[in-house]
Design a protein around this ligand. Structure first.
Ligand SMILES: C[S@@+](CC[C@H](N)C(=O)[O-])C[C@H]1O[C@@H](n2cnc3c(N)ncnc32)[C@H](O)[C@@H]1O
Length: 182
């Protein structure tokens, strides 16, 4: 009896985990949790200033926003389609006492308002980025910066790329005048 209950719980756990990772593929991008080392690398590369509005589209477990808020004192805004990850990330925000600094929305990034973003962070796929760009640029502040992890924005020239070539910075001011989106 105990063995059956335990096996059922293990099975449910793996089904939930698979759902969290795989189902979001159909909405835009799969989930791939980052190591603390990579989160720190991303935050360092983003060069965030205190008080900036830092947006994460497809915010996953919210750890990038939480770490950025703690290290760089930014205001974090995330949008995530998967309700389990929304719940998990809100739980992390509450336990870290960051409810006045980090806000996680349950929703679809393809119709999320980014007009207040100073920095937009994207860890998505090329297909999802192709759906967002170039239309999303119209909503964004001219001074905004975009940070992409692993997948670059096709047809937009990055201002800066890290040595590992997996972090890309796009400065909209420069992008709009120097490198017209084609
Ligand atoms: C590769 S993960 C990145 C997670 C987080 N940004 C990070 O860097 O750790 C992509 C996330 O986007 C979410 N996602 C996929 N399609 C989405 C959509 N249409 N709207 C909002 N979130 C979406 C997935 O559930 C997943 O958590």
């Amino acid at each position: 009896m105990m063995v059956t209950i335990f096996s059922s719980l293990v099975l449910i756990f793996f089904i939930l985990l698979a759902g969290m990772a795989i189902i979001p593929v159909f909405f835009g991008a799969p989930w791939h949790p980052l190591s603390d080392k990579n989160i720190n690398r991303i935050i360092k590369f983003a060069d965030l200033n205190p008080g900036e509005n830092f947006y994460d589209l497809g915010s996953g477990d919210g750890r990038v926003l939480i770490a950025a808020s703690r290290k760089r004192f930014i205001h974090g805004v995330g949008v995530e389609i998967d309700p389990i990850k929304v719940w998990l990330s809100r739980y992390f925000v509450i336990t870290k006492k960051l409810t006045d600094k980090v806000c996680i929305h349950r929703g679809n990034m393809f119709n999320f308002d980014v007009s207040e973003a100073d920095v937009l962070y994207l860890y998505l796929t090329h297909q999802a980025l192709d759906r967002l760009f170039p239309e999303i640029l119209e909503q964004m502040k001219p001074s905004a910066r975009i940070i992409c992890y692993r997948f670059c924005i096709r047809n937009l020239e990055p201002t800066k790329v890290n040595n590992d070539k997996n972090l890309f910075l796009y400065n909209l001011n420069k992008g709009r005048t120097v490198n017209e989106y084609s």
